[in-house]
Design a protein around this ligand. Sequence first.
Ligand SMILES: Nc1ncnc2c1ncn2[C@@H]1O[C@H](COP(=O)(O)OP(=O)(O)OP(=O)(O)O)[C@@H](O)[C@H]1O
Ligand SMILES: [Mg+2]
Length: 277
Amino acid sequence: MLYEMTNNITGRSTTEKPLYARDKSRYMLEVVRLSAWYGKMKAVNEISMKIKAQAITALIGPSGCGKSTLIRCMNRMHEVSDGGKVSGQVLLDGRDIYGKDVDAVSVRRRIGMVFQKPTAFPTMSIFDNVASGINLTRLWSRKGELQELVEHSLKKAALWEEVKDKLNRSGVSLSGGQQQRLCIARAIAIEPEILLLDEPCSALDPISTLKIEELMLEIKKDYTVVIVTHNMQQAARVSDFTGFLLLGELIEFAPTKELFSIPHDKRTEDYITGRFG
Ligand SMILES: Nc1ncnc2c1ncn2[C@@H]1O[C@H](COP(=O)(O)OP(=O)(O)OP(=O)(O)O)[C@@H](O)[C@H]1O
Ligand SMILES: [Mg+2]
């Protein structure tokens, strides 16, 4: 059965709740005075924030303010960009993911990510796109288990009904919105402890958007979600905490209800009321 498998990444049985799931007040990720550059251009400037476990944290702000750069620093993806440089710390369970002895690949397994413009792996079928992450970690021991896990992930990503009869077709034969959900399925298939989603609904219709929002709400029961979104209604609807960024700086970070009802900074107020710019 799907839920009786052992997760090789965390080494725990998937029937068990992870230990951190019991402690709602824990901070899963702590960003400490984080700055990020592309060559000489500083895109993120000394940002500090704490990401709570079993919660959804949203990052909002105008285009180009550094949301994607910040979120990519949270699982060591920024350093693979051209000229990408990072200073400061990102503590996962209290340990700096930029520490000398820390392997970036193992960080990325624990902190999964769906990029802003996700595309399916072009040479792979729909099935293999979802299975690729699982195969890397050899999570399954018999063929049926892999199939179950792929189906389960596609259902969670609200894509199953559309692809169940064509799992062997190429991943790139899907529409942009379907590929977006395929990439979400691939990311959740390896059950990361933290899931980073960079505008996961940008190419989705309202029904798929709602399904992805439901998925996020379900995932946060056990895991931790960080989402970048341009959709303020979405941030207000699903997130527990919201950070507002402007020109690479974190202007305000607060419980979502508070940030949207009584913003403390005039710039936040202008942005959320549409007076920005
Ligand atoms: N690969 C790159 N090389 C050089 N500069 C980059 C690169 N990616 C982003 N930038 C610059 O870094 C700054 C922050 O970009 P980033 O993509 O983080 O913004 P964003 O808030 O995610 O914007 P959007 O809402 O449009 O996605 C911008 O000034 C952008 O031009
Ligand atoms: Mg972006």
